[in-house]
Every structure is written in structure tokens, then in C-alpha cells.
Ligand binder design. Structure first.
Ligand SMILES: NC(=O)c1ccc[n+]([C@@H]2O[C@H](COP(=O)([O-])OP(=O)(O)OC[C@H]3O[C@@H](n4cnc5c(N)ncnc54)[C@H](OP(=O)(O)O)[C@@H]3O)[C@@H](O)[C@H]2O)c1
Length: 404
């Protein structure tokens, strides 16, 4: 499965940033909220970005509030039951719903860049639709790249659209790699905070609650990614994501624990030089860069004071303490539909953990079991990927039902 457009798909020709039309998918989430903060800052600097479309899931009141502030032409909600209420509140705005609504939204005229802040596999179809229509996608939503990275990059390449990394570590790599040749790179290094339970031994985690796991030491994010950070699945997914985005093997992507979350990624070159990207622990930086690149604008955050930061710490992750990370490397090496199966199992397991149905350590047991039982197929076809996703969800749910 070596379908990849490589760094050219993220470094290709850019469209002018002035007067750009933006759609924000998942505008009620953590990425959505930070994107609005960035837009406020850019608006204050007369950087003309128009919000054409917004989408939300269940948080309809927040969507209405955002739409009143940003005046999109079109919004999309997850459930049809919410359509009437949103129409009544936003009489000048078209209201769409469900997956077909997301698809329709990203095809609207006047959208130059789609900020994808959806969580999970639900973001795959609108990403493909936007890329097929030649729109750039500023991609925070990593799960579609884990499940179908080759396909997504191939569709971007075919349509001449770009995937702009927003996830902070791939964005950091992208920024370090600009003007460099990928063949001069020896290693890509992602940093990981270690999540809510860093420093704790695995055997201590059997009884931890969702509330404890949701307490991230350095980042403020949505619930799914916060649990993925505690299991280090998030970092494993970033390894697969970075391998796709920059056309390298997963084994060329290393992870180092870095508790301060100030260095986001490091690129090591064949001459031994290492370029690191540093910045505050805030998604405003990568989101704004995706919207203004290749240029930069003053951002909403004060720069870091390195003297105040003082020390930075780095250590190797213990893969026995974080077996989720090892499982992601295993899935990335296997390729084909295995990462899609792992992603789907993990989505089901995390949802069950958050619902209080299973324990924290069960998440890994479920993921491992589904990957072990999965019959790998090539991932060059969307139907096969979606079939692997559906199969893995069903398998995961049947394991979960034995744990209830
Ligand atoms: N948060 C971060 O700092 C961060 C950093 C790097 C990467 N990421 C990645 O960015 C993505 C978003 O993360 P997040 O933390 O922003 O998540 P989040 O706070 O949970 O937000 C997710 C958004 O997606 C919407 N949504 C969820 N399920 C949906 C569905 N079935 N149909 C339509 N909309 C749906 C939610 O709508 P409602 O809330 O209205 O239900 C919300 O707007 C994830 O893939 C994550 O890995 C996040």
C-alpha cells in the first residue's frame, strides 16, 4: 500500500490567503473553538477570511451562537430533529443535516479551505469530498488519515488540492521541513506529553475513572483525544499520520516523551542536524499557520519566554507501559486495512470507557484482540476500508458486551 503524494501534497502551490472562504467542520469542539479565536485575531488584523459554512454535532445552541457571530451561508447539524429549531433561529442560513449534509456543505461555492475539526472516522467522507472538489483541507481530524491515509493523499494529488496539517506535531514537522528535501531526512521525531497517567505504572491504572483520564497535564482538548493521549494511542496515530503526510515508513517516525509539551516535533537530517519546532501548548499556532501559510501573521498568544521555561526534558517511552503505542507501530507496519480496523476498535473502546462500561486497561485489550483477529486487505479501495471499519466496530462491541 504505497499510495502517497508525499510532502508535495502538503507543500504544493498555495492559494492567496486574502478573501479566503472557510468552512469549519466540528465548529463546536475544541479545535472549532480555537479556530474561532484565531479568526477573531486575523479579523482584527484585517486579514479577510469569510466563514462560509459551519457544522456541529449535538451542541446545537453553540452552533447557533457561532452562526450569529460569523454569518455563514450554510450550517450542518448531525441530527434531523435539530433542523427545524436551527432554521427558526437562523432564518438567513441554509440548514443541512447528517453525513450527506457535511458532504453538501464542503462543496459550497466560495469555500477555499475546509478546517476539519471533526473527531473520528466521520471526518473521512467530507475530507474526500472536499479534496475531490479541489479544496484545501486543514486537517486536525487525524483518524481519517490513520484509516485511509494513502487514499486521502491520492485523492488530494489527483484533484490538485492540499492537505494542510493542523495536528500540532505534524504541523511542526511540516514547518521544519519547508525548503528541505525529504530524502535528506533521517528521522521524524514526535513529542508526547505522556497524558494523564505519565509516570504511573500500568498495574496502577486498572481502576482509574474517565474523570481522572480526562485530566490532561498540558493540553486542553476534546474527550476522545484526551483518552487517546492517556493510552498513547494518540501518539501512535500521529506516527501513522506523519508517515503518510511525509512519505516515510512508520519506523522512520520516533516518539520521545517530553513533559513540557513545548517542543512539538523534531526533524533529524542525514548530516546529524536537528530542527525542532517550539511554541506554546495551544492549537492556535498550527491552526493559524494552516490559514496563513506560507506567510505568518501575529498570533493570539504571547511568545514563549525561554529563560522562564528553563529546562526541557526528554525520555524514551516504555512500550511495555504504553502498549497502545507499540500496537500502532505494528498496525502501521502491517498497513492495508489494519490501521482502519485498529482505529475503529479504538473509537468503540474509548466510547465504552467514557460511558463507564469498561475499564481503562480494557481499551488496549479490545484493540489488541480486534487487530489480532483482522484479516488484512489492501487499503486502496474505499469500500474495503469502510468494510474493515464496520467489521472492527462490530468485533469491538462484541468484546465490550462480554465485559459489561
Ligand atoms: N483538541 C485538540 O487540541 C486537538 C489537537 C490535535 C488534534 N486534534 C484532533 O482534532 C479532532 C477534533 O478534536 P477535538 O478535541 O476538537 O474534539 P471535540 O472537542 O470532541 O470536537 C469534535 C467536533 O466534532 C463534532 N462531531 C462529533 N461527532 C460528530 C458526528 N457524528 N457528526 C457531526 N459532527 C460530529 C462535535 O460536535 P458536537 O460537540 O456539537 O457534538 C464537535 O464539534 C480529533 O480528530 C483530534 O484527534 C485535536
Amino acid at each position: 500500500m504505497s499510495v502517497s503524494a508525499g510532502p508535495s501534497s502538503v507543500n504544493g502551490p498555495h492559494s492567496a490567503t486574502k478573501g479566503r472562504g472557510v468552512a469549519i467542520l466540528g465548529c463546536t469542539g475544541s479545535i472549532g473553538e480555537t479556530t474561532f479565536n484565531v479568526l477573531e485575531g486575523l479579523e482584527g488584523q484585517a486579514h479577510d477570511i469569510r466563514v462560509v459554512g459551519l457544522s456541529a454535532g449535538a451542541r446545537v445552541e453553540e452552533l447557533i451562537e457561532r452562526a450569529r457571530r460569523w454569518h455563514p451561508e450554510v450550517v450542518c447539524v448531525a441530527e434531523s430533529a435539530a433542523v427545524e429549531r436551527v432554521e427558526a433561529e437562523l432564518p438567513d442560513c441554509e440548514v443541512l443535516c447528517g453525513e450527506s449534509g457535511l458532504h453538501e456543505l464542503v462543496l459550497r461555492d466560495g469555500i477555499d479551505v475546509v478546517v476539519n475539526g471533526l473527531v473520528g472516522a466521520v471526518g473521512l467522507m467530507p475530507t474526500l469530498a472536499a479534496l475531490d472538489a479541489g479544496r484545501d483541507v486543514a486537517m486536525a481530524n487525524k483518524e481519517p488519515l490513520v484509516m485511509a491515509g494513502g487514499l486521502v493523499l491520492e485523492r488530494a494529488r489527483q484533484a490538485g488540492a492540499r492537505l494542510l496539517p493542523v495536528d500540532s506535531e505534524p504541523s511542526a514537522m511540516w514547518q521544519c521541513l519547508r525548503g528541505e528535501r525529504i530524502e535528506d531526512v533521517s528521522r521524524l521525531i514526535l513529542t508526547a506529553s505522556g497524558g494523564a497517567f505519565r509516570g504511573r505504572e500500568r498495574r496502577e491504572l486498572k481502576q482509574v475513572t474517565p474523570e481522572q483520564a480526562l485530566h490532561h497535564p498540558t493540553w486542553s482538548m476534546g474527550p476522545k483525544i484526551t483518552i487517546d493521549s492517556a493510552t498513547l494511542m494518540n501518539k501512535g496515530f500521529e506516527v501513522i499520520e506523519a508517515a503518510w503526510l511525509f512519505s516515510v515508513h512508520v519506523d522512520a517516525v520516533d516518539v520521545v516523551l517530553h513533559r513540557e509539551s513545548i517542543v512539538h516535533a523534531v526533524v533529524e537530517f542525514i548530516d546529524g542536524a536537528m530542527l525542532a519546532h517550539m511554541g506554546r501548548t495551544d492549537m492556535a499556532l498550527p491552526i493559524q499557520y494552516a490559514l496563513t501559510e506560507p506567510g505568518r501573521m501575529p498570533g493570539p498568544l504571547a511568545p514563549l519566554n525561554l529563560a522562564e521555561v528553563g529546562c526541557l526534558h526528554f525520555e524514551a517511552p516504555d512500550l511495555t507501559e504504553f502498549p497502545g503505542l507499540a500496537l500502532c507501530y505494528q498496525a502501521g507496519r502491517a498497513g492495508g486495512t489494519v490501521p482502519a480496523a485498529l482505529n475503529a476498535a479504538n473509537e468503540e473502546a474509548v466510547a465504552a470507557f467514557l460511558a463507564g462500561e469498561i475499564g481503562f486497561l480494557d481499551i488496549h485489550q479490545i484493540n489488541e484482540r480486534v487487530v489480532a483477529d483482522h484479516s488484512r486487505q489492501e487499503a486502496d479501495d474505499l469500500e474495503r476500508i469502510m468494510a474493515a471499519d464496520a467489521w472492527a466496530r462490530q468485533q469491538a462491541r462484541s468484546v465490550i458486551s462480554t465485559l459489561l
